[in-house]
Design a protein around this ligand. Structure first.
Ligand code: CA
Length: 509
């Protein structure tokens, strides 16, 4: 197999040269990432073929399209979102760089003007575009600070929300995406809005997941010249659901809600770590409804891809920017924590005839995505030097090339730095760092005067729901071992905790 692969690459290059533009050499890439989609909400994890790969039970959801897709895909059981928050995830996915280098250190909003994607960062779409791809972005971007550049009302923000979260992205900040149908942040699932390639605003007044899928299908069909005919394409589809709100039928489709409306908490919450006395408990029905809504629309996208005969030469990824704790750990915060339900994300990748269906426990981190996707598309030699993650394509393809498999996943949590008199945030405070190893999860959080605030250690083999924190002082050997791994990962990421000797500062080295 390895030998054949070696010869296939140069041969396909020759074919292209001989046939000019009539033959599309490179695969298309579709990257679908709903926001806040729990890996545990993929129903197939409860089936016989998959349940042995994870130690937790999946939610009682209906995801028939994703279940079928999984059977054709490489399914990662332990992919992580390195900094599990909307904006930092997007900055890392797009640039392959850690937040300190790509600029997106905190969730973007007007009071955090420093947290914004560096216009000079070389993004995955920049590389695809430079190599002949037509690139399209549909849905939630949330990687830029909102600016007073509303195309309909120059000199003003795009809404009067205070502080402003939503954003319009002008062409010079689109990083190679030549087709645009996007917005910054806006959480009204049935009344979404978008700015198109020309900066025209659209308010379609329908369920955002359906509308964005319609736009993605138009892109696939190339109905209005959305992409260059004959050229390969890279399409990112960033659905907002199942992100909050999840409180009423205003937030999801009734046909999806009907599947869950009569379920009691014992049926909805199959986990021992769920606290159904939390005010958030009723949310599960609406959240699961949006999980099913995303599943249906993802299925519609796949069906169109097949109908157009594009499925065999298209790499399709389904993932999310982070998870959703949904009443576990006593917290109302769905994300931005190292708990498995926040840190672990779905990651399914299908590449017919090239990537074999299987479940794999590789701990892919967010910076690994860009180099891996570029290499899978045959652009391994175009991975920019600024990319900091690993190229895991040889592992995915099983083609025998050298590939360093991560032995642990790094976790990052930054919070606001200093605030000035106007409430504007300057800099970051690197509140917590952590790791997930084959067996353990560990997070160290610090106070602003550099003392240990909290250490979380979980044995994910014996305590997969993370209900019992192992006290670090009483387990010094385990703690020291995990600190060693963390130190190595921080150095590898050239993280501020490494550069500023923060482990030493808090008395750990
Ligand atoms: Ca998010």
């Amino acid at each position: 197999m390895t030998e054949i692969w070696k010869y296939l690459v140069p041969l396909s290059g020759l074919t292209l040269a001989a046939c000019g533009n009539n033959v599309q050499e490179r695969p298309n890439v579709i990257y679908v990432f709903p926001d806040q989609f729990r890996n545990q909400s993929l129903a197939f994890w409860n089936s016989e073929a998959y349940s042995g790969y994870v130690r937790w039970k999946a939610d009682p959801t209906h995801t028939p399209n994703l279940d079928r897709f999984a059977d054709e895909a490489l399914v990662l059981s332990r992919a992580t979102s390195t900094c599990p928050l909307s904006s930092p995830y997007r900055g890392m996915f797009l640039s392959g760089m850690y937040p300190e280098r790509n600029g997106v250190t905190l969730n973007c909003m007007a009071l955090r003007p420093e947290s914004t994607l560096d216009p000079k960062a070389v993004c995955i779409s920049d590389v695809f575009a430079a190599n002949g791809y037509s690139c399209g972005y549909i849905g939630k971007l949330h990687a830029e600070t909102p600016m007073k550049n509303d195309p309909a009302n120059p000199g003003h923000y795009v809404s009067d929300r205070d502080p402003e979260w939503d954003a319009y992205t002008p062409p010079e900040r689109r990083h190679g995406f030549s087709y645009w149908y996007s917005y910054g942040t806006f959480d009204v699932h049935k009344d979404p809005h978008y700015w198109d390639t020309e900066g025209v605003r659209h308010d379609p007044g329908e369920y955002s997941v359906k509308h964005e899928t319609d736009k993605a299908i138009e892109f696939l069909r190339n109905e209005h010249g959305e992409r260059k005919a004959g050229a390969p394409f890279f399409l990112a589809v960033a659905y907002n659901p199942p992100h909050s709100p999840y409180e009423s039928l205003d937030d999801c489709m009734e046909e999806d809600y009907d599947l869950y409306k009569d379920m009691c908490y014992e049926e909805l919450y199959v986990r021992p770590n769920a606290d159904t006395t939390l005010s958030k408990a009723p949310a599960a029905r609406y959240y699961f409804a949006n999980v099913t809504g995303v599943d249906r629309e993802f299925g519609r996208l796949l069906a169109e891809l097949e109908r157009l005969g594009l499925d065999r030469n298209t790499i399709v990824v389904f993932t999310s920017d982070h998870g959703e704790t949904m009443c576990s750990q006593g917290t109302l915060d769905p994300k931005n924590s190292i708990y498995t339900e926040s840190f672990n994300v779905p990651f399914l990748i299908r590449y017919p005839d090239r990537i074999r269906h299987r479940v794999d426990s590789t701990m892919l981190g967010t910076t690994d995505i860009m180099p891996t996707m570029l290499a899978l598309a045959g652009l391994g030699d175009k991975i920019p030097e600024t990319a900091e993650g690993r190229n895991l394509a040889p592992l995915f393809l099983e083609n025998g090339q050298e590939c360093e498999i991560p032995d642990a996943a790094l976790y990052i949590r930054n919070i606001d730095g200093e605030k000035d008199g106007n409430g504007i945030v300057h800099g970051i405070f690197p509140e917590a760092r952590g790791i997930r190893t084959d067996r353990y999860t560990m997070e160290i959080a610090v106070t602003r005067d550099w003392k240990i605030k909290r250490v979380l250690i979980f044995d994910d083999w014996n305590d997969p729901y993370q209900m019992s924190c192992i006290p670090y002082r009483e387990n010094p050997e385990l703690f020291a071992d995990l600190c060693d791994v963390l130190g190595r990962k921080l150095q590898e990421a050239d993280d501020i905790w490494y550069r500023d000797n923060i482990m030493e500062r808090i008395g750990l080295e």
